[in-house]
Design a protein around this ligand. Structure first.
Ligand SMILES: *[C@@H]1O[C@H](CO)[C@@H](O)[C@H](O)[C@H]1NC(C)=O
Ligand SMILES: *[C@@H]1O[C@H](CO)[C@@H](O)[C@H](O)[C@H]1NC(C)=O
Length: 276
């Protein structure tokens, strides 16, 4: 993974992503809603969706993200706390972004656990009225049958890896327990009441070749008005897997189509993907 990250950094020309300017700027002006990005398990705001965030910024969106679900003393590994402990942090951040930008609503873009949270937080944390569009990339909506969720933390997490090992050893991974089969958060999200809240426009984006959120159909939400997209419906030759979804220009273009409400806008699909 570090080599993937370095490869991406050099490909995208932003080696020092963390210090690049533009993101999390509350004075940023755009006709679009502010976009709040939610990273995956074991990741941080500057690892996982960071390249998408810079790309969206270049496309004219004002983008915001912060690390959620990290334990005190382990700020480099987010998303490990139980879903219901991270959710209020995310809700507070959504409120903060609307207040500081002066906009009525935000759009949410989440990946993996962050995508799950993009559905969970509006349903349970009283912020649905502050959310307009939701682009959820590979949420384990109905749980993932992949048993090694801890692996996700290692794949996304701090590139030194030791930080991940330390925090998993000391505090475990509540989110991992929550998102597997019979996970508490999965059961709560699927409690029989609608997942999608009034006024929210939800699009699920999933890859047929996702190897970690399995089976990949688990992501889809079968409720009125929800758009469920396979990446391969638009880009048949994109073999992207779970981690690569965050770094895949085809996925980024699909996200843009969600944010612009132009689901049929055509773009040139890149063949291949930057990583599984
Ligand atoms: C939060 O979820 C965990 C399971 O991950 C559960 O044990 C706990 O009771 C929940 N807490 C609240 C306040 O719902
Ligand atoms: C990774 O974690 C270590 C602490 O274990 C920290 O010093 C380092 O800055 C972190 N690296 C990144 C890229 O976050």
């Amino acid at each position: 993974m570090p080599s993937l990250r370095q490869l991406l950094a050099s490909t995208l020309g932003c080696a020092a992503a963390v210090t690049a300017t533009g993101i999390n700027d509350f004075s940023c002006q755009s006709d679009h809603n502010p976009v709040v990005l939610l990273h995956g398990l074991g990741a941080t705001y500057y690892e996982d969706l960071n390249f998408l965030q810079y790309w969206l910024q270049k496309e004219g969106y004002c983008t915001y993200s912060q690390t959620y679900g990290a334990y005190d003393g382990f700020p480099f590994v987010g998303g490990l706390k139980p879903i219901n402990e991270s959710a209020p942090e995310i809700a507070a951040y959504i409120k903060e972004v609307t207040e500081k930008t002066g906009k009525d609503k935000v759009d949410l873009v989440g990946h993996s656990e962050g995508a799950f949270q993009s559905l969970y937080v509006p349903k349970f944390e009283g912020v649905a009225h502050l959310v307009d569009k939701i682009a959820a990339i590979a949420p384990p909506t109905h749980a993932t049958s992949f048993a090694g969720l801890y692996k996700l933390a290692y794949l996304f997490g701090n590139s030194t890896r030791e930080a991940v090992g330390d925090v998993l050893h000391a505090l475990g991974c509540g989110a991992c327990d929550d998102l597997g089969l019979d996970g508490a958060a999965v059961e709560r999200l699927n409690d029989g009441k609608p997942i999608v809240q009034e006024g929210n426009k939800v699009t699920i984006i999933a890859s047929k070749y996702d190897e970690l959120v399995t089976p990949p159909t688990t992501s889809f939400v079968h409720e009125d008005g929800v758009q469920n997209w396979w990446i391969q419906d638009t880009c048949p030759f994109d073999p992207v897997g779970h981690i690569g979804e965050a770094y895949d220009l085809n996925v980024w273009n699909l996200v843009k189509n969600v944010l612009d409400e132009t689901p049929d806008r055509k773009f040139v699909c890149l063949i291949g993907s930057p990583g599984k």
